[in-house]
Design a protein around this ligand. Structure first.
Ligand code: GLN
Length: 282
């Protein structure tokens, strides 16, 4: 075996193995090798001739093999960036997506209060709750999830970023929240149709169906939240929902049917209506 095979530059050639499974093979190998070395990608460019020891080579090759089998990079490294936060991730819940940052952006725009009470339903890693809490230290954010492993994960992410204005608890949507009232309720619930062919492709194959799929053509969770939210909102409070690119019209109708006003949708970077919101009459 050529010794150059164990240098950083040599090992990054493994990108060729990922061409058929990934849109970003070079980035993928850089993230995996950086993860094994506990170093940034900049380090890899600074020290291309540096050699790895046998354990490191072994660990890297194992990750490369798993990536070749389709596992998402975030599950292999255990980390995903969202907003300005690096979050721990695992297979108990969805990997935070860039398009979900629209939920954060829209919340920050719509809520003009120093001390809002906020609820994040189905928090998963805690991504949305933690991003809002970081941007608005005066807000009190409650993050809930029905999956106990996700609750534990969100709590670890809360600690990781020292966000004392977030609490995490388990609740099946509103079930554990009797008597509480919020200025803002946000959610990125499951909204994919059970037989959507996209579930058989790419990263989503490794994510839990409970975080992705909803009955009633993907609308059952969106509907549960839209119809339940008014009882948990203060007068003038907002509900913001992420949904599929082709679900905005139906979600707006669900919001109106539940008594919301000022109902509208926002487009993500791809130009898809991705977030819809409504306000409880004041
Ligand atoms: N946007 C994700 C996807 O299409 C799904 C997220 C969700 O169901 N909440 O892969």
């Amino acid at each position: 075996m050529k010794t150059s095979e164990h240098t950083i530059a040599g090992l990054l050639q493994g990108a060729a193995m990922l061409e058929s499974v990934s849109d970003s093979p070079r980035l993928d190998v850089e993230l995996l090798l950086g993860h094994v070395l506990g170093q940034t990608r900049a380090y890899l460019y600074t020290w291309p001739e540096r050699k790895l020891n046998d354990d490191q080579v072994h660990a890297y090759k194992e990750l490369l093999e798993r990536r070749r089998g389709g596992e998402p990079i975030a599950y292999l490294t255990g980390l995903q960036d969202f907003w300005s936060l690096s979050l721990e991730v695992n297979t108990s819940t969805l990997i935070p997506r860039p398009e979900t940052e629209l939920l954060v952006e829209t919340s920050l725009e719509l809520i003009d209060l120093q001390d809002a009470r906020v609820l994040d339903l189905g928090t998963g890693t805690g991504a949305v709750a933690l991003a809002l809490a970081k941007e608005r230290p005066g807000w009190e954010v409650l993050a809930v999830d029905v999956v106990l492993e996700a609750v534990a994960l969100a709590e670890r992410n809360r600690c990781r970023h020292g966000l004392d204005n977030v609490s995490v608890m388990d609740s099946n949507w509103f079930a554990g929240l009797a008597g509480r009232r919020f200025d803002l309720i946000v959610s990125n619930p499951p909204y994919i149709e059970p037989d959507d062919p996209h579930l058989l492709q790419g990263d989503v194959r490794f994510e839990p169906r409970s975080a992705l799929v909803a009955k009633n053509r993907g609308f059952s969770a969106l509907e549960t939240i839209a119809s339940g939210a008014p009882a948990y909102l203060k007068a003038g409070g907002w509900l913001l929902l992420e949904h599929g690119f082709d679900q905005a019209k139906t979600v707006r109708a669900l919001l109106r049917a539940s008594g919301f006003v000022e109902v509208a949708s926002r487009r993500d970077n791809q130009g898809h209506e991705r977030v819809s919101h409504g306000r409880k009459p004041g």
